[in-house]
Design a protein around this ligand. Structure first.
Ligand code: ADP
Ligand code: ZN
Ligand code: ZN
Length: 707
């Protein structure tokens, strides 16, 4: 018997699997083995078995070891699919499902062996020790050992779980509404479903009950949330309802905690995994349900290789065909039908602002109003054309009247860019072709793409003029100005203040506890927080996302405004929302102001149908980069030539991209109606180009379904 092993190496140039002789220790698919590989020794994952091999006997080597921990066979299959689907390598995809390094922590545990026989002489101290058992021996080990010697106590090592920090919430039992009942009944039938409901309409309650139903069937569940730091409330509610059945899997866990939480899932002790994107790979036993909360959130797309989409991976795990590509143009029953009779697993994705492709591809369930029928806050659009100051007078007035408010400006730093009034020089990053942003508190101008920093210039280094002008306003500047103008405390939440591990929950906690306050920040402030006493929401420069040269600009702008509106007016005092924009009649802004997801998505789908964008076609983006200027262009031209001509496929580009981190870049975008064929063609073209000597300085990045 031969084992087929995929070596865990990072290079794209080695295509496995490779054949090895069967080791003495038992192996199965997913076993992790040490393999001699060329001159080195690597870890590899067993991906298959074979009766024959082309490797001659004398060259066939045996793995030198087998790790105790392994990958579940289903996850090996998933990784191999993922490698192909996202034009990556099996090794990189397998690294996503690999068990974390670590080992269990043990402690000595003391328990009584029985009641001390009558006449046994014990000191008061010993009596107290016995009365407190069973417990960890800890500092009393010596005293307990003496009792062990007398046969009164048994001491043995025991595993001790390292428990991630969490804040379970009070969990009040509620009676589901008729719409929640209907949604649950539908999910019960199996298949993939979109739960559309405004913030506060009771979606989380549906997730909780669907999870409870899965547990009752003896199945496990995965619950994906955008970012743990920004969604402690959702996590807390799952922990409150399901206790230790819930394993928490986020990136801020310590190595030991991560190890233990994963082990609890693998052994079946924990049945529900909750976490961000990567939790979609959780080794949950008898997986029956995956919930994706806030499915529109861009964090579900991984930006490193492989550039997987957790929502699509979730679809794969509950059943092939459940990804909901939706190109069959069918109606709302698509998800149900695609699953057919035999698919009993469930995918439940929810959002107040679903992506158009999800709306199009999945069967839809609706929660039409907020629980308690509390109305959504009215939204006023403020026309900023010709305005001089970043804040509209009405915004200023509203802010000075509100006790508690949230203000969103999707741009951090003090000002957007610096320019010389004399000669027009714009300060740019030496590594990237973008303007540097002023961060006043740090006396620095910084590149938001590569992190390059330099001191704030006192004069222009081109002409010597001291007249350096600052244009635009970022969160730092608004924080300073409003902090001075308002008599409420101002809190700032953006990537600059979110640095330390617990900074975000700490800041949100302080804002929640404050009786008055203004929370200023980037899109982070629009995520799922629940502050019932916020009565005012403000979006400054709603066009910031709209100006992006990307077909998702409309979708992002709509979601951002609608999500922020969802943060305001959740309490009995109600609330309102102000949106400052230079494009007051843009469809995304008009629809968001009317809380009209249906109209927005309908218009957006029509636009995409005309332009032949997702979900009516699939996109694949290939970026070639190199330090030398001409190289990326040549490599991407070659890929474009290789892929063009495939049926149902259009090639856009090569087109230059701005220089990033000192690397010149060139991109090709493939638009296709035959996804599988196009992915295969791109993979072949990239592999060929990557293996050519003249492109050895070029890095290739393939993004299937770019966001
Ligand atoms: P969403 O996830 O859509 O934002 P939630 O599930 O968090 O909404 O519900 C909003 C609030 O309404 C929560 O405080 C929740 O406990 C409460 N709630 C949800 N469903 C019901 C119900 N059927 N009856 C009463 N209160 C409910
Ligand atoms: Zn100058
Ligand atoms: Zn830079």
């Amino acid at each position: 018997m031969i084992v087929r092993v995929e070596p865990l190496t990072t290079t794209r140039r080695l295509a496995g699997p490779f054949d090895y002789a069967l080791p003495a220790a038992p192996v199965q698919i997913g076993s992790i083995v040490r393999i001699p590989f060329g001159r080195q020794t690597l870890d590899g994952v067993v991906v298959g078995f074979s009766d024959t091999t082309e490797v001659p006997d004398e060259k066939l080597v045996t793995p030198s070891g087998v790790r105790a921990d392994s990958v579940a066979p289903e996850l090996v299959e998933l990784a191999l699919w993922l490698a192909a689907e996202y034009c990556s390598t099996p090794a990189r995809a397998l690294s996503l499902v690999l068990p974390p390094r670590g080992k269990p922590r043990t402690e000595l545990w003391a328990a009584r062996t029985g009641a001390p026989p009558a006449g046994e002489r014990l000191t008061a101290n010993q009596r107290a020790l016995l009365a407190a058992l069973p417990r960890a021996a800890g500092a009393d080990l010596a005293a307990l050992r003496r009792l062990e010697g007398r046969g009164l106590v048994a001491i043995a090592p025991r595993r001790r779980r390292r428990v991630p920090l969490s804040e379970p919430r009070a969990d009040e039992p509620v009676r589901p509404t008729a719409e929640q009942e209907a949604a649950l009944a539908a999910v019960e039938r199996g298949g993939a479903w979109l739960l559309h409901g405004v913030t506060g309409s009771g979606k989380t309650e549906v997730y909780l009950r669907a999870t409870a139903a899965a547990l009752e069937r003896g199945e496990g569940a995965i619950v994906l949330v955008p970012e743990i730091a920004l969604t402690p409330q959702t996590v807390g509610r799952f922990q409150a309802r399901f206790g230790d059945t819930v394993a928490l899997l986020h990136s801020a866990l310590g190595e030991g905690e991560r190890y233990d939480e994963r082990q609890r899932l693998r052994s079946g002790e924990a049945r529900v995994a909750i976490g961000p994107r990567s939790a979609v790979f959780a080794p949950v036993r008898d997986l029956g349900l995956i919930v994706v909360d806030e499915e529109h959130d861009s964090s579900y797309k991984h930006e490193g290789d492989p550039r997987y989409d957790a929502r699509r991976v979730a679809g794969w795990r509950v059943g092939p065909g459940a990804q909901g590509s939706g190109r069959d143009g069918s109606g709302t029953r698509a998800g149900e039908r695609r699953f057919g009779g035999e698919m009993r697993k469930r995918l439940l994705v929810g959002s107040a602002t679903p992506r158009p492709e999800t709306w199009h591809g999945l069967a839809r369930l609706t929660l039409s109003e907020r629980v308690g029928s509390r109305p959504l806050p009215p939204v006023r659009v403020l026309d900023m054309r010709g305005a001089r100051h970043p804040l509209h007078p009405d915004t200023r007035r509203a802010l000075s009247e509100a006790r508690k408010a949230i203000l969103l400006l999707n741009r951090r730093g003090w000002s957007n860019f610096l320019t010389c009034r004399e000669c027009g020089k714009v300060w740019e990053c030496p590594q990237c072709d973008v303007a540097l942003v002023l961060h006043r508190a740090e006396h620095a101008v910084a590149c938001h793409h590569c992190g390059h920093r330099e001191r704030v210039p006192e004069r222009c280094d081109a002409c010597g003029s001291p007249a350096v002008a600052r244009y635009g306003a970022g969160t730092e500047r608004l924080e300073a100005e409003l902090g001075a103008a308002l008599d409420v405390p101002v809190f700032r939440l953006d990537a600059d203040t979110a640095g330390a591990k617990d900074a975000v929950p700490e800041l949100l906690g302080r804002f929640a506890a404050a009786s008055t306050g203004l929370l200023i920040g980037t899109q982070m402030v629009a995520k799922g927080h629940d502050f019932p006493d916020v009565t005012l929401g403000v979006v400054v420069d709603a066009d910031a996302t709209l100006r992006f040269p990307d077909f998702r600009a409309e979708e992002r702008t709509f979601a951002l405004i609608a999500q922020l509106a969802g943060r305001a007016g959740r309490g009995p005092r109600g609330g309102r929302v102000l949106v400052q924009t230079m494009s007051p009649s843009a469809p995304a802004i008009v629809a968001a102001a009317q809380h009209d997801t249906r109209a927005f998505v309908a218009g957006e789908l029509e636009r995409r149908r005309v332009l032949d964008y997702p979900p009516f076609a699939d996109l694949i983006r290939i970026v070639c980069s190199a330090a030398a200027a001409g190289a990326p262009r040549a490599a991407s031209g070659e890929i474009a030539d290789a892929v063009s001509g495939a049926a149902g496929t259009t090639v856009l580009g090569p087109a230059p991209l701005f220089r990033l981190r000192g690397r010149h870049r060139s991109q090709v975008v493939i638009k296709t109606h035959d996804r599988a064929a196009a992915v295969a063609a791109v993979r072949a073209a990239v592999d060929r180009a990557a293996n050519r000597r003249e492109h050895r300085e070029v890095a290739f990045s393939v993004d299937v379904d770019p966001q």
